[in-house]
Design a protein around this ligand. Structure first.
Ligand code: EPZ
Length: 418
């Protein structure tokens, strides 16, 4: 398995380009299934393992996919199978979007239950509630979700919890339903809006994405379109936090600063300077930052997906910081790894209490999941001495060329292929 070797303690200067959003791309690619005519040409797709995984799954269903750099052309008129049951399906979370997309277009699907990062219980009851409300029969048998409907009919659905996945999945199924579907208490994340924009480019009639209520007027069919995925809010947030942690001055390019407001606000509260300029922002930090309290929340609150990188920064901030992880109950698995480097953290249930130390020291640590991996890379960048980050296949699922991006701003980081 590959590993990253980092010699820490170097300030970062220069600029980092952000790629397309993982959590938008892994929904938009399966959403292309809904096009019964024409090709979907999707640009700004990040070169990451989760995207490769979804592309392989789509091919296994019979879609034709041509990729050129960050652009994929998908022809889903050639689909021959409504059953997704490969290792890739079991391995990743976003494979659940195949259910909504296949149900929407073909009124039938069989998809193995999804995998994903081990960050807590990850139920799909709200997805199922939505499909059933639209008129589908849903069964879980032999590890697969089976959905089938004679027809899908628009209705009102009030979600019991705010869920990104359920919002997108039910939206996919409802675009071709008869009549009007109203989804209430929905997720407002930028990637929910991006998927709605993509579907509208294909001819759907969706309004309200980005607010609490999404209204979908069903249409007869959808056709291919050209679309460009939004920049990755979480990748950007990770590099912002790394820049603040290492000190120096880094411009994060190709971002939508509005999507990053909760992260910018926290970094400013800690003592960093953030300068927004069109589609880039610059993070300036000099000296030790001060500890803050964080509660993860659905958008526009502080994102759970940068909680782990942020916790690394807090290990060396002045004073005590308290993190309350309100979305995923097991998203503190990286804490034991940080402790190996000298961090002073106590976890009680969904709360982590961090007392800032003067410095971290290099150690051999592992990426326990995707964002934990990013947290350990940041820990290596700020630590005294050498850090080896193992199990980096988790990082490759969501961060394109992480070592190259850090190297370009002055970090001493190399990938060792084993
Ligand atoms: C998406 O997961 C993201 N994954 C996650 O990013 C992210 O952490 C999460 O949204 C929250 O922002 C993808 O987009 C592929 P949820 P998802 O449904 O959709 C509960 C990363 O690091 N819930 O919004 O699976 C659930 O238990 C990954 O990139 C139900 O109770 O998350 C959780 O507490 C990790 N029933 C909360 O809702 C359901 O049917 C939010 O989950 C669905 C969810």
């Amino acid at each position: 398995m590959d590993k990253l070797i980092i010699n820490g303690g170097k300030p970062l200067f220069g600029s980092i380009e952000i790629n397309g959003a993982k959590n938008a791309a892994v929904a938009i690619l399966p959403a292309a299934i809904l096009a019964s005519k024409g090709n979907c040409i999707i640009d700004n797709i990040p070169n990451i393992e989760d995207v490769h995984c979804i592309e392989r799954i789509l091919k296994s269903l019979g879609c034709s996919i041509k990729t050129n750099k960050n652009c994929a052309t998908i022809d889903s008129t050639t689909i021959t199978s409504l059953s997704a049951n490969t290792d890739d399906v079991r391995k990743m979370r976003a494979s659940y979007y195949l259910i909504g997309a296949l149900l929407g277009r073909f009124k039938k699907a069989k998809v193995e239950l999804p995998g994903g990062c081990p960050i807590g219980v990850r139920p799909i009851d709200q997805h199922i509630k939505g499909f059933e409300a639209l008129g589908a029969k849903v069964k879980i048998m032999h590890g697969s979700v089976l959905v089938e409907a004679d027809e899908l009919i628009g209705t009102n659905i009030f979600f019991d919890v705010v869920s990104v996945g359920a919002t997108i999945n039910v939206m996919l199924a409802a675009t071709l339903a008869k009549g009007v579907t109203t989804l209430e208490n929905v997720a407002k994340e930028p990637h929910v809006v991006d998927v709605a924009n993509f579907l509208n480019s294909m001819g759907a009639n969706i309004k309200g994405a980005g607010t609490d209520v999404i209204r979908i007027v069903g249409v007869e069919n959808l056709t291919g379109c050209s679309y460009s995925v939004i920049p990755d809010q979480i990748e950007a947030g990770t590099y912002m936090i790394a820049s603040a942690a290492c000190g120096g001055e880094v411009t994060i390019q190709n971002v939508i600063p509005k999507h990053l407001e909760s992260i910018s606000a926290k970094l400013v509260e800690m003592g960093s300077e953030i300068i927004e300029d069109g589609d880039s922002l610059t993070v300036k930090s000099n000296g030790r930052l001060k500890g803050v309290n964080i509660k993860t929340q659905p958008y526009p609150g502080f994102p759970t997906d940068v909680q782990q990188p942020m916790s690394t920064l807090l290990t060396v901030a002045k004073g005590r910081s308290i993190i309350n992880e309100s979305i995923w109950e097991s998203r503190f698995k990286h804490v034991d790894e940080l402790k190996k480097m000298g961090a002073n953290i106590k976890v009680e249930g969904r709360t982590a209490i961090i007392d800032g130390v003067d410095k971290l020291t290099g150690a051999v640590v592992k990426a326990t999941d995707l964002r934990a991996g990013a947290a350990m890379v940041i820990a290596g960048l700020i630590a005294e001495g050498t850090t080896e980050v193992l199990s980096i296949e988790h990082i490759d699922r969501g961060y394109p060329n992480i070592e190259d991006k850090f190297k370009a701003v002055g970090a001493d980081i190399v990938r060792v292929y084993e």
